[in-house]
Structure formats: C-alpha cells, structure tokens
Design a protein around this ligand. Structure first.
Ligand SMILES: Cc1ncc(COP(=O)(O)O)c(C=O)c1O
Length: 387
C-alpha cells in the first residue's frame, strides 16, 4: 500500500528536541577506552572478570555473574542452563521485547503466552496460574519499564509447582525487593547493557545464576564449551564435551560498564526524578492514566514512563510537532508471524484493550527535569483541547 503510515522516523537529537532515548556515557569513558586500547586485551580479558566481581557486589548480593554480549545472549544462556528442551512448556509474557521469547524458538520450546496486568503491563498472575500444567518447565517474566512484577507471588507459584523462574530484568537494573537484590527472587536473572539501558557497553548483558556449578558451566558455554581459565593456564585437555557458542562481553565494553557503575546512584536519582516529575505534572483523568509502581516493598529505578490514553495517536502526533519523541517501544508478541503456531485460538483480553492506547515518553540522563515538565504540560494542553 502506498504511503501507509506506520511510525515516525527517529527524531534527530538537536536544539530543543527531546528524543525518547539517549545513551548514558560515563564521564571517564574516552580515557578508559583509550587505556584498554593500549593493552593486550580488547576482547574478553581481565576487565570482564573485574566487572563480574564488582557487578555481583553492587547489584546481585554476591551471586555469581556471567558477563555476555547482550541481554538476548543472557536469556539464551539462561534457557540452556535451565535445561529447557524441545516441547517443554514455558510461560512467557505476551508483551515484552521479542528478545525475551525468541531464544525459545531456537530451542523448540512451547511458548504459552500470559496476558498482562493492565495496571503495570507486567505479566498477569491470574493468567500465569491458568496456564500452569504438569508440563510447565519455567515461567519467564519481565519487570516492564523498571516496575517489579509480583515477586513474592511468582516465587510462591514456582515453589508450589516446582517450576524454574527466569527474570528478565533488562529494564530494572539495581532494583531491590524487601531490601534484597531482585536476583534473589529468581533462578536466573538477566540484565541488558544495550545502548539505551541504564548503563551500557554499546551492547552487553549479564546472567546471574544461583550457584558455582552453573556459573562454571555458563562460562564454558559462553566460550564454545571450552574451560577458558584452564586453557589459559595451560591445563586444558583439549576436548570440548558440551556445545557452546560465543556469548562473551569484551574488555572494551567492560571498561564502560565499570565507569557507569560508579555513576549509578546519579543515574538512578535522575531517572526516578523524571518519573516523579511526570507523575506530579500529568493530570490523570479519564483521558489519560500513567503506568506506575504500586508495590511499597519495591525499590525501583525506572527505565520507561508509559501512559495509557484513548488519544494516543493524537498525543504522539502533536508531541512530535513540538519535537518531542514518543513511541510504543514494545509490541504484543502474539502478533508476530514467528509466534503464530503458539497463539491459535488464544485471546489476551487485557492486551487487546491496551494495545492501541499505550505510549512511552522520553526518559534518559541527557534530558532535564524541566524537559519532563515541558512534556507533561504539552500533554495536559493537548488533552484539554479534546472534547
Ligand atoms: C525486556 C527486555 N528483554 C531483553 C532485551 C534484550 O537485550 P539486548 O538488546 O541487550 O539483547 C531487552 C532490550 O533490548 C529488553 O528490553
């Protein structure tokens, strides 16, 4: 079809424009990268080890960390280490970045999509409970936009049914639940350090596991199936017994992450201030609602600010005219052809209701609190003019 509207092209970041995302580059980045470039290790070297140690202490209450090349790598590795096999039933969020679900297609697992909770856009607990069968091997859940899923309830369900819990925390770096790292509430937790996440190495990720056995196995699979410390120590027997791949992070990426981790408190404060500014200034009524955190036991750091409005298209268009970029970011996964065989005769009532109404507003460390106020006031003005 000719000229059919699909989406707005990326907004150029210049002048007073407010792009939806912008990478956070730590102050010391150029110096650190340049230092790495003058060493022997630019691929996976000692800085990756150092990153894993520091990341574990700062964000994972000391749990083992496997640094990888992306959040998608971390998910794939989690599914392998979770022993997910062909035809195993896996309960997954219907609304997420496709990276959550795509690795399961490589394995040949049976995806059982769960509907969303319309208040948080996270996986709905009722929907999860309805999908559990004797064949359910794992539940995969996402903390959408930084808002934690119901971790207590998911843990109860998993324990009762002897199911593995896999937490896609790509959007909730550094969050805590009841004063503990969220990594304590799942068998596997993944993080993403893709360009627009809280901290970034351009692309990168981490998988957090529960024990040393899985850590060692994960680190072998990260490197073709080779025990790298043994190989580098000259004691490897020169045999590969398990199928691995190449999922590693590089020292170039690790140096950026190490610098960003030092700035994490500031990043968290800024992102949460933008979140609070939107909440305080956007007038919520029957024309617009904000997706917000509800759980008092959660200490979160926001990654997305999402509104729900029947006037989503008008809002997006009018904001764009003011050089403010908004987007839906993620789309329901059941509509993608690659998942077609899992969704025949399935319905997702809450997803159906919200699919054309949600919209993500700008949030990043390059924008100011005044920018967030400007976006909020524009939204109020646009909606006020609609009868
Ligand atoms: C919820 C979620 N899961 C997984 C990913 C995949 O991470 P990556 O892009 O680092 O592979 C992302 C981000 O891209 C994400 O937002």
């Amino acid at each position: 079809m000719k000229n059919k509207f699909r989406d707005y092209p990326i907004l150029e970041a210049k002048g007073k424009s407010i792009p939806i995302f912008y990478p956070h580059i730590p102050k010391n980045a150029k110096k650190s990268v340049s230092k790495v470039l003058s060493t022997r290790w630019i691929g996976q070297g000692p800085l990756v080890d150092l990153f894993e140690k520091k990341f574990s202490n700062q964000f994972c209450d000391g749990m083992p960390v496997i640094a990888v090349g992306s959040g998608t790598d971390a998910l794939h590795l989690a599914y392998i280490l979770g022993n997910i096999k062909k035809n195993d039933e896996i309960i997954c969020p219907v609304f997420t970045c496709t990276a959550t679900n795509i690795p399961l297609l490589y394995i040949g697992a049976k995806i059982k999509f769960a509907d969303i909770d319309p208040k948080t856009l996270n996986i709905s607990i009722e929907s999860v409970e309805r999908l559990i069968t004797k064949k359910t091997k794992a539940i995969v859940f996402v903390n959408y936009g930084g808002i934690l899923n119901n971790l207590d309830k998911l843990n109860q369900i998993a324990k009762k049914n002897k199911i593995i819990l896999i937490q896609d925390a790509a959007q909730s770096l550094g969050a805590q639940y009841k004063n503990k790292s969220i990594t304590k509430y799942a068998d596997f937790t993944i993080y993403s350090f893709q360009a627009i996440k809280h901290i970034t190495s351009g692309d990168g990720g981490a998988l957090i596991v529960r024990n040393k056995f899985l850590e060692k196995k994960g680190k072998r699979i990260r490197w073709f199936g080779i025990d790298r410390p043994k190989k580098q120590g000259g004691t490897w027997e020169n045999d590969i017994r398990e199928v691995g791949y190449k999922y590693q992070l590089t020292d170039l990426g690790a140096c950026l992450l190490l610098d960003s981790m030092k700035e994490y408190k500031k990043i968290k404060k800024h992102r949460n201030s933008i979140y609070k500014t939107y909440l305080k200034n956007i007038v919520q009524n029957n024309k617009i609602q904000c997706i917000q955190t509800l759980d008092k036991k959660a200490d979160e750091v926001m990654w997305l600010f999402t509104i729900v409005s029947p006037y989503k298209d008008i809002l997006q268009k009018k904001l764009r005219e003011k050089n403010i970029e908004t987007n839906q970011v993620h789309f329901r996964n059941d509509r993608y052809s690659i998942f077609k065989k899992f969704v025949k005769n399935k319905s997702f009532k809450n997803m159906d209701f919200i699919q054309n109404k949600y919209l993500v507003l700008p949030m990043h460390t390059k924008m100011s609190i005044i920018d967030a106020k400007r976006v909020s006031l524009e939204i109020n003005r646009i909606l006020k003019n609609i009868d």
